[in-house]
Design a protein around this ligand. Structure first.
Ligand code: FES
Ligand code: FES
Length: 216
Protein backbone atom coordinates (compact mmCIF):
# COMPACT_ATOMS: atom_id res chain seq x y z
CA UNK A 1 0.00 0.00 0.00
CA UNK A 2 1.24 3.51 -0.93
CA UNK A 3 2.51 5.57 1.92
CA UNK A 4 0.49 8.87 1.54
CA UNK A 5 2.06 10.38 4.60
CA UNK A 6 5.37 10.84 2.74
CA UNK A 7 3.81 13.41 0.29
CA UNK A 8 3.29 15.93 3.06
CA UNK A 9 6.14 17.70 4.87
CA UNK A 10 6.32 16.95 8.50
CA UNK A 11 6.18 20.08 10.63
CA UNK A 12 6.80 19.90 14.29
CA UNK A 13 4.59 22.55 15.83
CA UNK A 14 5.85 23.81 19.11
CA UNK A 15 5.00 26.83 21.23
CA UNK A 16 8.25 28.36 19.99
CA UNK A 17 7.44 28.01 16.26
CA UNK A 18 3.94 29.39 16.78
CA UNK A 19 5.33 32.46 18.46
CA UNK A 20 8.11 32.89 15.89
CA UNK A 21 5.98 32.43 12.79
CA UNK A 22 3.10 34.37 14.25
CA UNK A 23 5.36 37.28 15.05
CA UNK A 24 6.87 37.23 11.58
CA UNK A 25 3.46 37.15 9.94
CA UNK A 26 2.32 40.07 12.04
CA UNK A 27 5.37 42.12 11.13
CA UNK A 28 5.04 41.34 7.44
CA UNK A 29 1.34 42.15 7.37
CA UNK A 30 1.95 45.51 9.07
CA UNK A 31 4.52 46.71 6.53
CA UNK A 32 3.31 49.33 4.03
CA UNK A 33 2.69 48.07 0.50
CA UNK A 34 5.91 48.14 -1.47
CA UNK A 35 8.13 48.16 1.58
CA UNK A 36 9.21 44.59 0.98
CA UNK A 37 10.13 45.35 -2.61
CA UNK A 38 12.07 48.43 -1.56
CA UNK A 39 13.97 46.18 0.80
CA UNK A 40 16.82 46.92 3.08
CA UNK A 41 18.78 48.89 0.49
CA UNK A 42 16.43 51.88 0.67
CA UNK A 43 18.41 55.05 -0.03
CA UNK A 44 19.50 57.38 2.75
CA UNK A 45 17.77 60.78 2.64
CA UNK A 46 19.65 63.36 0.62
CA UNK A 47 21.68 65.95 2.49
CA UNK A 48 20.03 69.37 2.65
CA UNK A 49 21.77 72.75 2.46
CA UNK A 50 20.79 75.13 5.27
CA UNK A 51 21.95 78.39 6.80
CA UNK A 52 22.17 78.91 10.54
CA UNK A 53 23.22 82.18 12.14
CA UNK A 54 24.88 81.02 15.33
CA UNK A 55 26.14 83.55 17.85
CA UNK A 56 26.10 86.19 15.13
CA UNK A 57 28.05 84.19 12.55
CA UNK A 58 26.39 82.82 9.43
CA UNK A 59 27.13 79.15 8.75
CA UNK A 60 26.33 77.25 5.55
CA UNK A 61 25.82 73.59 6.28
CA UNK A 62 24.80 70.56 4.28
CA UNK A 63 23.17 68.13 6.66
CA UNK A 64 21.32 64.86 6.75
CA UNK A 65 17.77 66.12 7.39
CA UNK A 66 17.59 63.85 10.44
CA UNK A 67 20.35 65.83 12.21
CA UNK A 68 19.16 67.42 15.42
CA UNK A 69 20.00 71.04 16.11
CA UNK A 70 22.10 69.83 19.05
CA UNK A 71 24.20 67.56 16.84
CA UNK A 72 24.54 70.28 14.22
CA UNK A 73 25.96 72.61 16.88
CA UNK A 74 28.17 70.07 18.59
CA UNK A 75 29.30 67.83 15.76
CA UNK A 76 29.29 70.14 12.74
CA UNK A 77 30.07 73.55 14.24
CA UNK A 78 32.19 72.27 17.13
CA UNK A 79 30.22 74.29 19.65
CA UNK A 80 30.31 71.76 22.47
CA UNK A 81 29.05 74.08 25.20
CA UNK A 82 25.49 72.80 24.72
CA UNK A 83 25.45 69.42 26.39
CA UNK A 84 23.80 66.14 25.47
CA UNK A 85 22.40 64.80 28.70
CA UNK A 86 19.45 62.61 27.81
CA UNK A 87 18.90 63.34 24.08
CA UNK A 88 15.18 62.93 24.83
CA UNK A 89 13.97 66.33 26.02
CA UNK A 90 14.06 65.42 29.66
CA UNK A 91 17.05 67.19 31.21
CA UNK A 92 17.44 70.62 29.58
CA UNK A 93 21.24 70.34 29.27
CA UNK A 94 20.95 71.10 25.53
CA UNK A 95 18.94 74.33 25.92
CA UNK A 96 19.79 77.09 23.44
CA UNK A 97 18.00 80.23 22.32
CA UNK A 98 16.39 80.23 18.88
CA UNK A 99 15.22 83.68 17.84
CA UNK A 100 15.42 84.53 21.54
CA UNK A 101 13.23 81.62 22.68
CA UNK A 102 14.65 78.78 24.74
CA UNK A 103 14.40 75.38 23.15
CA UNK A 104 15.66 71.85 23.77
CA UNK A 105 18.02 71.50 20.85
CA UNK A 106 17.97 67.69 21.07
CA UNK A 107 14.26 67.68 20.24
CA UNK A 108 14.34 69.71 17.06
CA UNK A 109 15.86 69.17 13.65
CA UNK A 110 18.45 71.60 12.35
CA UNK A 111 16.66 71.90 8.99
CA UNK A 112 13.63 73.30 10.80
CA UNK A 113 15.71 76.34 11.73
CA UNK A 114 17.06 77.22 8.31
CA UNK A 115 17.70 80.97 8.27
CA UNK A 116 17.15 81.45 12.00
CA UNK A 117 19.38 82.97 14.66
CA UNK A 118 20.65 80.74 17.43
CA UNK A 119 22.45 81.73 20.59
CA UNK A 120 24.41 79.16 22.53
CA UNK A 121 26.32 79.51 25.77
CA UNK A 122 29.40 80.42 23.71
CA UNK A 123 27.59 83.49 22.36
CA UNK A 124 26.32 85.04 25.59
CA UNK A 125 29.48 86.80 26.74
CA UNK A 126 30.72 90.03 25.17
CA UNK A 127 34.37 89.40 24.56
CA UNK A 128 35.91 88.87 27.99
CA UNK A 129 32.84 90.28 29.78
CA UNK A 130 30.58 87.53 31.03
CA UNK A 131 26.87 87.86 30.46
CA UNK A 132 25.23 89.00 33.75
CA UNK A 133 23.58 85.59 34.08
CA UNK A 134 26.94 83.85 33.70
CA UNK A 135 28.54 86.20 36.24
CA UNK A 136 25.69 85.60 38.70
CA UNK A 137 26.09 81.81 38.39
CA UNK A 138 29.79 82.18 39.15
CA UNK A 139 29.15 84.51 42.08
CA UNK A 140 26.51 82.26 43.65
CA UNK A 141 28.17 78.91 42.88
CA UNK A 142 25.23 77.94 40.71
CA UNK A 143 26.95 74.73 39.65
CA UNK A 144 29.08 71.87 40.88
CA UNK A 145 30.06 69.49 38.07
CA UNK A 146 28.85 72.05 35.52
CA UNK A 147 27.28 69.60 33.09
CA UNK A 148 23.85 71.19 33.28
CA UNK A 149 25.12 74.74 33.56
CA UNK A 150 25.13 75.93 29.96
CA UNK A 151 21.55 74.73 29.62
CA UNK A 152 20.58 76.33 32.93
CA UNK A 153 22.05 79.68 31.92
CA UNK A 154 20.53 79.75 28.43
CA UNK A 155 17.20 78.67 29.89
CA UNK A 156 17.36 81.36 32.58
CA UNK A 157 18.05 84.06 30.00
CA UNK A 158 15.10 82.92 27.90
CA UNK A 159 12.92 82.55 30.99
CA UNK A 160 13.49 86.16 32.08
CA UNK A 161 12.53 87.39 28.63
CA UNK A 162 9.32 85.33 28.79
CA UNK A 163 8.34 86.77 32.17
CA UNK A 164 9.07 90.30 31.00
CA UNK A 165 6.64 89.71 28.15
CA UNK A 166 3.97 88.57 30.61
CA UNK A 167 4.05 84.90 29.67
CA UNK A 168 2.41 83.05 32.59
CA UNK A 169 3.54 79.79 34.17
CA UNK A 170 1.63 77.08 36.01
CA UNK A 171 2.02 78.97 39.29
CA UNK A 172 1.14 82.46 38.04
CA UNK A 173 -1.95 83.61 39.92
CA UNK A 174 -2.59 87.00 38.30
CA UNK A 175 -2.88 86.48 34.55
CA UNK A 176 -3.48 90.18 33.91
CA UNK A 177 0.10 91.23 34.70
CA UNK A 178 1.91 92.67 31.72
CA UNK A 179 5.32 91.84 33.16
CA UNK A 180 5.43 89.07 35.73
CA UNK A 181 7.44 89.56 38.90
CA UNK A 182 9.25 86.34 39.61
CA UNK A 183 8.95 84.81 43.06
CA UNK A 184 11.16 81.87 44.02
CA UNK A 185 8.24 79.57 43.19
CA UNK A 186 7.90 81.18 39.76
CA UNK A 187 11.60 80.72 39.09
CA UNK A 188 11.57 77.09 40.21
CA UNK A 189 8.51 76.30 38.13
CA UNK A 190 9.83 78.04 35.04
CA UNK A 191 13.21 76.35 35.38
CA UNK A 192 11.75 72.92 36.11
CA UNK A 193 12.74 71.63 32.67
CA UNK A 194 16.41 72.00 33.59
CA UNK A 195 17.57 69.19 35.82
CA UNK A 196 20.69 69.44 37.97
CA UNK A 197 21.98 66.11 39.22
CA UNK A 198 24.25 67.96 41.66
CA UNK A 199 21.14 69.65 43.11
CA UNK A 200 22.58 73.15 42.97
CA UNK A 201 19.04 74.50 42.83
CA UNK A 202 19.18 77.02 45.74
CA UNK A 203 22.27 78.62 44.21
CA UNK A 204 20.72 78.62 40.75
CA UNK A 205 17.64 80.44 42.05
CA UNK A 206 19.87 82.94 43.89
CA UNK A 207 21.88 83.56 40.73
CA UNK A 208 18.78 84.11 38.64
CA UNK A 209 17.37 86.54 41.20
CA UNK A 210 20.58 88.55 41.08
CA UNK A 211 20.63 88.63 37.29
CA UNK A 212 16.96 89.57 37.30
CA UNK A 213 17.78 92.57 39.47
CA UNK A 214 20.26 93.67 36.84
CA UNK A 215 17.43 93.82 34.31
CA UNK A 216 19.13 91.75 31.66
FE1 FES B 1 18.15 67.66 25.40
FE2 FES B 1 18.37 66.33 27.69
S1 FES B 1 19.83 66.51 26.08
S2 FES B 1 16.78 67.66 27.05
FE1 FES C 1 26.21 69.07 38.06
FE2 FES C 1 24.10 70.60 37.57
S1 FES C 1 26.03 71.21 38.32
S2 FES C 1 24.40 68.54 37.04
Amino acid sequence: MEDTQSTFPTVEVTRRTVIETGTTALLLSSLPRGALAAGADQAEPSAVPIELRVNGLLHHLTLDPRTTLLDALREHLELAGSKKGCDHGQCGACTVLVEGRRINSCLTLAVMHDGQSITTIEGLASGSDLHPMQAAFVEHDGFQCGYCTSGQICSAVGMLAESREGMPSNVTTDLTQRSIKLSDDEIRERMSGNICRCAAYPSIVAAIKQAMGEQI
